[in-house]
Design a binder for this molecule. Structure first.
Ligand code: AP5
Length: 216
């Protein structure tokens, strides 16, 4: 069992690799982005508050996302938890450390996925997702086998995210460099930071992540 963080800018491939780990290692993916998008469509007060913030590409408050993670950590994860898109600030990182310590657990690896900014624009603007099962595709690097039909569940409900445009991406990148990238130094100092080349092909990235996990 391993608890890991996948750390990287928007479009680094965190969601893509998390899904593989869920399938291959019985790990549980905790994506704060997915949780917030769920809250957005639920029509709750919190959902309404976060919708506009996310569409602009800014970070949602620490209190909200820490609360969401705390709730999910009450469930079990045979293979361990994958923290995808969390933590994103030093305050969130401290909170995660405290929450895991209270459960008598820790972090086994923090995996930084390195990708250059030019590649991120192409990845984000070409992404689409199955609205039914959440499978992630890309116009050029991973299109569906039959146009408009999900390879996994056969749904025709393909969606593009409201924040997957160049303007919102600029803000998302700025938020990443200002508030999230300091976590690289934070986890380096704590120990347990590994780096993988996120620009490599998806299978090669998966192999590099597996190597880190098997080392632990
Ligand atoms: P979130 O949903 O977490 O988005 P993100 O971090 O911007 O990451 P993405 O989901 O865009 O990218 P990814 O790294 O998962 O890439 P993917 O695998 O899809 O957050 C959204 C918003 O929610 C935030 O902006 C913020 O407002 C809020 N939020 C979330 N968490 C928060 C927190 N903790 N605190 C505060 N606010 C928070 O891949 C992208 C594309 O590239 C896909 O099309 C894929 O097919 C393709 N691709 C992937 N890997 C490869 C590869 N190796 N080669 C070629 N193509 C590839």
């Amino acid at each position: 069992m391993a608890n890991i963080i996948l750390l990287g800018p928007p479009g680094a491939g965190k969601g893509t690799q998390s899904k593989r780990l869920v399938d291959e290692r019985a790990m549980v993916q905790l994506s704060t982005g997915d949780m917030l998008r769920e809250a957005k469509t639920s029509g709750t007060e919190m959902g309404k508050r976060v919708a506009a913030v996310m569409e602009r590409g800014e970070l949602v408050t620490d209190e909200i996302v820490i609360g969401l993670i705390e709730e999910k950590l009450k469930g079990a994860a045979a293979g361990g938890f994958i923290f995808d898109g969390f933590p994103r600030t030093l305050k969130q990182a401290d909170a995660l450390g405290d929450l895991l310590a209270r459960m008598g657990q820790g972090l086994d690896a923090v995996i930084e996925m390195q990708v250059d900014d030019a590649a991120l624009v192409a990845r984000i603007t070409g992404r689409y997702t199955c609205g039914n099962c959440g499978e992630v595709y890309h116009d050029t690097t991973r299109p569906t086998k039959v146009a408009g039909t999900c390879d996994v569940c056969g749904s025709h409900d393909m969606k593009r995210r409201a924040d997957d445009n160049e303007d919102a991406l600029k803000t998302r990148l700025m938020e990443y460099y200002k508030k999230t990238s300091p976590l690289i130094g934070y986890y380096y100092a704590k120990g347990g930071l590994s780096t993988v080349d996120g620009l490599a092909e998806m299978d090669a990235v998966a192999t590099a992540i597996a190597k880190v996990l098997d080392r632990n």
